[in-house]
Design a protein around this ligand. Structure first.
Ligand code: G6P
Length: 476
């Protein structure tokens, strides 16, 4: 089995002392590195002006290799281009994008730095798997340094239609650079279709099955690989976590009230203000529920140096205050709003305790909270998932959840009421349908199918043979 080199902006270097807080990307990368010799390369999370050599942490057959960023790099690459240009545009928010060519320069420079630092760790027979929007041009940089290895890319966030992608200044240097990978994976078929249309506009020639294209003499495979979770492990974690002090304390504090739960990073793509307004509408339209439910919104802060994130913080605080002020009573607070991050086990307990899970982003690549919420449920008495039609997860969980348009507060209010009133038999059958799917499509299968496709990429026949084959097939 070849060695696997994984590259992502953040690296979850194992910390035996720290809590297990790994997010979706870390769980995915760990699945890919399972049972394989490998390297995980990326940013250390530290800012330093010194030209320190890469730091290497060895854990059995895996090496974690990280580099620091200078404050200019951090500002231009991470805060600037990645999170003020690519993040909003890829989440369909062209209105929030703040582009300057200085920041694009910083983004390209850091990608080149990553390639320089990584270069000496790469062996000719390694497979390389690059993750997410921070590193779109990395394959181009590695190829320029003579690495002919199979290189795959997975985009964890959405990919909008070319109408929106073309608003990205100098898009050929970023999105266009994806054509230097052997394989490009997206979360959903919808994302893959959007990217295919973008490359068609750039003159790419797609094979009839639409998964391979040729451009400037390079051949690229483009497919959807919906990211997943370790379903059965997570279900076990949730069962065990219910016995923790944390779980008991929260359960006692509810005082018999039903729990409505939201868990999201503080980010404008998550639709938290819309959700709170939908919840306010619910209390307005269905007054019988007042005093009988508690809505807990767990929202760790993120990317605090980016101005749009400071704005969303203010907006959410104001809305929570308004709803609590308007509907609250001395013995009842409708919304509990918490900015702390919790361990995976604590979150699993909250999911299992909740009667309703609100996962209503305005746009989301996948949203693993939706999948974890389902996996964590008690099969005998499961809670109900209220899911945005704009989350990637809706392609897989649309039938078992209650789908909503987060822009419609009345629909959100009605969905919460329906979820709270849903009879046990219906909750069980929805849960079973979703759990079966998640158990069959778990994170191990996701990682293996991506890597199998990467291997296949290297064994495709030249295009001329494809075309001949298609010609014969068409003639019957
Ligand atoms: C999303 C992205 C990840 C990113 C995470 C946290 O899930 O897809 O690449 O790591 O958000 O954001 P942060 O900026 O804190 O790394």
């Amino acid at each position: 089995m070849p060695r696997l080199v994984v590259v992502s902006n953040r690296v979850a270097v194992p910390d035996p002392e720290g809590p297990r807080q790994a997010g979706g990307l870390a769980v995915a990368v760990n699945a890919a590195l399972k049972r394989r010799e490998g390297i995980w390369f990326g940013w250390s999370g530290e800012i330093s002006e010194d030209d320190n050599p890469p730091q290497v942490v060895q854990r059995r057959q895996r090496s974690f290799v990280t580099i620091d960023l200078s404050s200019t790099d951090f500002q231009e690459y991470y805060n600037g281009f990645a999170n003020r240009v690519l993040w909003p545009i890829l989440h369909y928010r062209v209105d929030l994008a703040e582009f300057t060519s200085v920041e694009l320069g910083g983004y390209l420079r850091v990608n080149a730095r990553f390639a320089d630092a990584l270069s000496r760790f790469i062996r000719p027979d390694d497979w390389i798997w690059v993750h997410d929007y921070h590193l779109l041009p990395l394959a181009k940089e590695l190829r320029a340094r003579g690495h002919d290895n199979p290189i795959g890319f997975f985009l964890h966030i959405p990919c909008p239609s070319p109408d929106i992608l073309l608003a990205l200044p100098q898009h050929l240097e970023t999105v266009g650079a994806l054509s230097h990978y052997d394989l490009v994976g997206t979360q959903t078929q919808h994302d893959a279709d959007n990217l295919r249309q973008y490359f068609e506009l750039q003159g790419a020639n797609f094979a009839r099955n639409r998964t391979y294209f040729d451009i400037e003499g390079r051949r690229v495979q483009l497919r959807a690989f919906p990211v997943a979770i370790a379903t059965r492990v997570y279900a076990r974690t949730a069962r065990t976590a219910m016995r923790s002090d944390f779980a008991n304390e929260v359960r006692d504090s509810l005082n018999g009230r039903s729990l409505i739960l939201g868990v999201d990073r503080l980010d404008y793509s998550k639709g938290i203000p819309h959700r709170i307004q939908g919840f306010g509408q619910f209390l307005e339209t269905f007054p019988d529920w007042r005093g009988r439910i508690t809505y807990l919104q767990v929202t760790p802060k993120s990317r605090s140096d980016v101005p749009e994130y400071a704005d969303i913080n203010q907006t959410v605080n104001t809305l929570v205050g308004q709803i609590n002020g308007r509907f609250g009573a001395p013995a009842w607070t409708p919304i509990r709003y918490v900015n702390r991050a919790y361990s995976r086990a604590s979150l699993a307990a909250l999911y299992r305790m909740a009667r309703v899970g609100l996962v209503t982003p305005l746009r989301d690549g996948m949203n693993l909270v939706a999948k974890e919420f389902v996996a964590a449920q008690n099969p005998e008495d499961p809670g109900v998932l209220v899911l945005s039609q704009f989350a990637g997860a809706a392609e897989e969980l649309g039938e078992g959840s209650i789908l909503v348009n987060p822009h419609e507060p009345e629909a959100m209010a009605a969905a919460i009421d329906t979820a709270l009133q849903m009879p046990l038999a219906e909750r069980q059958s929805r849960y079973r349908r979703m759990f079966r799917h998640l158990a069959a499509h778990d994170i191990d299968r996701w990682a293996e199918s991506f890597l199998a496709a990467l291997m296949e990429s290297r064994h495709t026949t030249p295009r001329i043979l494809d075309n001949l084959r298609q010609l014969f097939a068409a003639r019957g």
